[in-house]
Design a protein around this ligand. Sequence first.
Ligand SMILES: Nc1nc2c(c(=O)[nH]1)N[C@H]1C(S)=C(S)[C@@H](COP(=O)(O)O)O[C@H]1N2
Ligand SMILES: [Mo]
Length: 152
Amino acid sequence: MITVYYPGLQPVKTIPEDMARLAGRVFQASDRVPGAAGEAFDIGEWLARFREQQGIDPQAPLPTHLKIEAADTFEAIIPWEQLTDASVQFAIDGAPLLKNGPIRLYVPNGSSECLNVKSVVGCRFLQDEEKRGEASFGFKQTFSADEMRIKR
Ligand SMILES: Nc1nc2c(c(=O)[nH]1)N[C@H]1C(S)=C(S)[C@@H](COP(=O)(O)O)O[C@H]1N2
Ligand SMILES: [Mo]
């Protein structure tokens, strides 16, 4: 299960096959990333169809970033401009991913290989003009409210 967060919408839960169907076009992951296995769709094509499905005005501005959250708490914030040709691997020979699933993102035009997040469980589209163009990645820092008070 993957949760999609889009500004102004309630979170939307989806599954890899439904995302691929919505994207409308599937290709070999190796078409864009040499050596990558399996089947993929284009993240921009998927977002265009998702916005349509959710009744978002096609003229509305595109997000500035995509924050990708993984099952192991790894996360990356990727500027929209770096997502040209970014693809989502969702299956291998028609079967769900056994490793790195439910989906994996490939960002061939990204500023770092580290943005190729595996085991993606959350896609959070952001509108953050102040950080436009800035990429980041790493393991999520989680502190409880109590720990925060102790640190202060
Ligand atoms: N879920 C998850 N995705 C991840 C990572 C991670 O630790 N967890 N590491 C990232 C980093 S730092 C790199 S360099 C690449 C490594 O991809 P590879 O295993 O295909 O070489 O995956 C990225 N995606
Ligand atoms: Mo990395």
